[in-house]
Design a protein around this ligand. Structure first.
Ligand code: GDP
Ligand code: GDP
Length: 436
């Protein structure tokens, strides 16, 4: 069991308000190409030092209540499949509706950890009869106000008490890397997995202690040893709905969280689309390694430099995090399949890279002296030293006098300098500035 929380409930009960509160996103980013709000569906957060993901299942429902009842039911089922804790939201001002009773019935049978919250209880005077919600049979309702935040602390305390996994744990020494293949339907995910495993197929062992997480299998293939994280979408028969953004994101979240390096497969004939960029951003926000494989490369008419052009377009879409390996594959022609595994293994090594404080300072302080941070309103920003944080992914903290005035572009400048000197290809890096 991991720490994935889904918010379910009818439209307008306040799911997105709660989502914003839990993940502290002030503005959802609207993706102009797909017309959906990109950041509304998925966020990462922490409470008392425990990390978790939040999924707003309502992120893709628009329109009137009745038309989408079927859709809501489907989303509830998906939330049950793909998350660990379900927060079922009802509206304290409207009382119980038939749809609520329906959803409650599905949830009761799910065997998942459930939290019933009654929203829009903005002040004690609203504490009118929310006890009617006991009749949903989901235990004690927690009254909250998503808009002013009251009750959300209690909600999080309860959610955190259900967590079993410290999702940000530092890996043990001999950890075998976990890879997962993500991408839209039909890009060739099943095919590339078969290609990995077809030759020299060798399932080593079912991994001890992973009964709850049976989607990982250990392989030795092409000389590499790794765990492959299955995505639910691969196991199930595909259907039309799965083309929807919502479904492909839902199905990818857990796989991404359970892996070290994600292999994001694109279809060369379709190029990089909004959905691909969304999945890329999920990977990045989870601090996971990434390898982009542009599959079906056999179907592309090649002219000189076509892969260089192609790479440019992809990097334009994934900017500013562009230090990412891009491999052009053909599963059908068995081209560069080995390269994908080799690169994913290398990316995993990069993720674990630790740079000593003295090496960092020797290299970076000179660069900083030559290219100091821009002066802010006559104030000089002095960076004194830099060190890598002891986290499970690369993060660097620069100690300085006025951290609040360091610009994003200067932060990116430092990140690029780090990337020029050490191999962090495929790995998101965090840069922090702290007062000293
Ligand atoms: P969703 O469709 O379930 O995601 O619901 P929204 O978060 O979009 O909220 C629907 C409406 O309810 C919006 O107008 C919100 O401002 C309002 N709302 C959400 N939470 C609260 C709350 O705690 N108190 C009150 N009074 N209104 C709320
Ligand atoms: P998934 O939905 O991502 O698992 O995709 P599949 O592995 O089921 O592949 C979808 C279709 O693309 C199948 O018909 C495959 O044969 C085809 N396909 C996969 N890889 C390649 C490739 O490299 N080149 C070509 N031409 N077709 C491919």
């Amino acid at each position: 069991m991991g720490n994935i929380i889904s918010l379910v409930g009818r439209p307008n009960v306040g799911k997105s308000s709660l989502f914003n509160r839990l993940t502290q996103t002030r503005h959802a980013i609207v993706d102009p190409t797909s017309g959906v709000t990109r950041d509304r569906i998925y966020g990462k957060s922490d409470w008392n030092g425990k990390y978790f993901s939040v999924i707003d299942t309502g992120g893709y429902v628009v329109g009137s209540d009745d038309i989408f009842e079927d859709e809501i039911r489907k989303q509830v089922r998906l939330a049950i499949d793909e998350s660990d804790i379900i927060v079922f939201m009802v509206d304290g001002r409207e009382g119980i509706t038939p749809m609520d009773t329906d959803v409650a019935k599905i949830l009761r049978r799910s065997g998942k950890k459930l939290i019933l919250t009654v929203n829009k209880i903005d002040s004690p005077s609203n504490f009118f009869d929310y006890s009617e919600f006991y009749s949903l049979g989901l235990g004690e309702p927690i009254p909250i106000s998503a808009v002013n935040g009251s009750g959300t602390g209690e909600l999080l305390d309860l959610a955190v008490s259900y967590f079993t996994k410290d999702s940000e744990e530092i890996e043990e020494e001999n950890h075998i890397p976990s890879f997962t293949i993500v991408g839209r339907p039909n890009v060739g995910k099943s095919s590339i997995i078969n290609a990995f495993l077809g030759t020299d197929r060798n399932i080593v062992t079912p991994i001890a202690g992973t009964t709850r997480d049976s989607s990982k299998t250990r392989y030795k293939s092409f000389g590499f040893e790794f765990d492959l994280v299955d995505t639910a979408g691969l196991r199930k028969k595909k259907n039309v709905e799965e083309n929807l953004e919502f479904y492909s994101v839902m199905r990818s979240v857990r796989a991404i969280e359970n892996s070290d390096v994600c292999i994001l497969l694109l279809d060369a004939t379709q190029g990089i689309e909004a959905q691909d960029v969304n999945i890329f951003s999920l990977i990045q926000r989870n601090h996971k390694g990434v390898v982009i494989a542009v599959n079906k490369w056999d179907l592309i008419e090649k002219e000189t430099n076509s892969h260089i052009e192609y790479e440019k377009i992809i990097k334009g879409r994934i900017a500013p995090f562009t230090d990412v390996p891009i491999i052009f594959t053909s599963v059908i022609k068995k081209q560069r399949i080995h390269k994908v595994l080799e690169t994913a293994t290398q990316v995993y090594q990069n993720k674990k890279r630790k740079i000593s404080t003295s090496q960092l300072n020797d290299y970076l302080l000179n660069i900083i002296t030559e290219n100091p941070p821009p002066v802010y309103r006559d104030k000089m920003i002095r960076i004194k030293y830099v060190t890598q944080l002891p986290l499970y992914y690369p993060a660097f903290v620069f100690f300085c006098n006025l951290p609040q005035y360091v610009t994003d572009s200067y932060s990116r400048f430092l990140e690029n300098k780090i990337r020029q000197n050490w191999d962090f290809n495929g790995i998101p890096i965090d840069i922090f500035f702290r007062k000293k």
